[in-house]
Design a protein around this ligand. Sequence first.
Ligand code: SF4
Length: 349
Amino acid sequence: MKTLEAIKKELGEYEGKNIKIMEVCGTHTSSIFKNGIRSLISPRIQLISGPGCPVCVTASSYIDRLVEYSLKDNHCVLTFGDMMKVKGHKLSLTEAKATGGNVKILYSPLSAVKIAIKSPETQFIFAAVGFETTAPIYALMIEEIIKNNIKNLKLMTSIKTIIPAISYICENEKNIDAFLCPGHVSVIIGSSVYTDMALKYRKPFVIGGFEGGHIIAAIYEIIRQISNNEYSMKNMYQSAVSPEGNQKAKSLIDKYFEAADDYWRGIGIIKNSGLRLRTEYRDFDAGSTIFEDADAAPSGCKCADVILGRITPAQCPLFGKACTPLNAVGACMVSSEGACGIWYRNCEV
Ligand code: SF4
């Protein structure tokens, strides 16, 4: 078995064909910077971000709806901090709050239940944004709402599922050679879902952990497969990811949510790529639908190209100039999981 040092040396000296690896989740993007992975590997191996930031792919029209609710009498929007600065068509939730909107930041979704119990005269709207990782918590929230007979808390959902988005990229973006699969989502959905994808799209799908050594080992496996003309799913994060995933979490999701077509900012509508509350639980829904943006991204913003792995954030002409975390033009600069924000915080601009 090769040592990590030997693997690093081989990756640094790699002279094969140029390879583009998409790391789907922002936590991997952060760890790649934190561990200086790019400086350890050959420039022929390009690491590029993908669509795994939920805030980045949420439609502006969804934010618009939350803003409307926040400005309505006796209404209050509950959200995670990441959503506050993302622009709707006119206002962000931060701006709505500054103009009198009622918006509260939560650190745990289940605290929404306590808040709603304390203020029965207020109608609370919870911004349920995320992927398969947060969907089970939202399902638990519905359980609590039912258990406590709460009438003044509803969810506005924008919950996405990652596999349809990766499939979309495989079908439409031919320049991606391999995937470093999202670690946290894979804990829930399991590793076996990638097996058929690797065969269908003839690309390596490797699941890796978040430590520097984990990522190096996953990249090495991808390069090994490509060099040997192989393409398969390889789970290198077995301590957390099982073939079938977290059955309990999957059952909870399945009990309360069903697959629905959904809109991804910068991409468009992807079939069955969202989770919507099942009909029998629609009383707890604040009007979720396919929130679709008819208009283009802000002038000059290349978020769509970043999300689809066509360019790195630094290749956007606005990066670090007109667009910074303090004055974000696109959603990818706002969220802690957004590729542009991660690149900005870690690059010398
Ligand atoms: Fe959009 Fe800003 Fe990223 Fe450019 S740097 S793609 S404007 S978020």
